[in-house]
Each structure stands twice: as C-alpha cells, then as structure tokens.
Design a protein around this ligand. Sequence first.
Ligand SMILES: [Ca+2]
Length: 100
Amino acid sequence: MKSGAKEKTTRLFVLFTLILLLLVCLPVPTRAAPYLQGDANEDGIVTASDAAAILRHLVRLTELTPQGLANAKVTEGPGPVSAADAARILRWLVRLEAEL
Ligand SMILES: [Ca+2]
C-alpha cells in the first residue's frame, strides 16, 4: 500500500515536472501590436508623429511595418497609404475631423 502511494506521488512529481518544463521551454507568443487606426508608428497613441511617420515612409526615409501601414490607412478607398492619410490624422488631431 505504501509502495502504491509512493509510486503515485512519484508519477505526480514527474507529471508536474514535465508540465513545468513545457511551460518554461515553450515560446511565449508575443502580443501583436493592436490595431489602432492612425497609429502608423505603433507607439499606442495617435499623434502628429504618426503623420510624420507616414510622410517619411512616402519619401522613403523610413519604412512602416505591415501593421503600421494597416494602421496608417485612415482614408477610404482602395489606394495605398498616401499623404492624404497623414493630412487626415493631422486634421483629426486638431478636431477638424470627427473621427479617423
Ligand atoms: Ca503613434
């Protein structure tokens, strides 16, 4: 009887050890940057820096990430990100646009 209890304890210990190893060894998925309309530079807020990031991207001074590009597209229509998106962000920041 004692041997059975000891064996059960050993199995539980091995099981918990394996689970712990799995938790330690498995890669933890990083959180993807959430979609925030207008947040071209992906810093979590929409500011004039996002408009600047779009413009810098357009003249190839920097490159927006795919998520940044998705965030940057604030105008309607099928075209790529353009200066109109930067302008719309700036207009929204000064309350000339009700929403992005
Ligand atoms: Ca931003």
